[in-house]
Design a binder for this molecule. Sequence first.
Ligand SMILES: [Zn+2]
Length: 51
Amino acid sequence: MNAAARVKVRIRCRHCGEKFVLRGRQDKERVETGFKQCLCNNQLDFDIEME
Ligand SMILES: [Zn+2]
């Protein structure tokens, strides 16, 4: 049983411009990446793109 799809997630911080590429698992509408915050302590303000 593997309902969660694996996705690649690109995250760009809107505060400092730092970019992260993570692998996540998509579960219905949520994507779980384990990403917590940027190096600049921003936790909320990101551009997120999924492949
Ligand atoms: Zn940042």
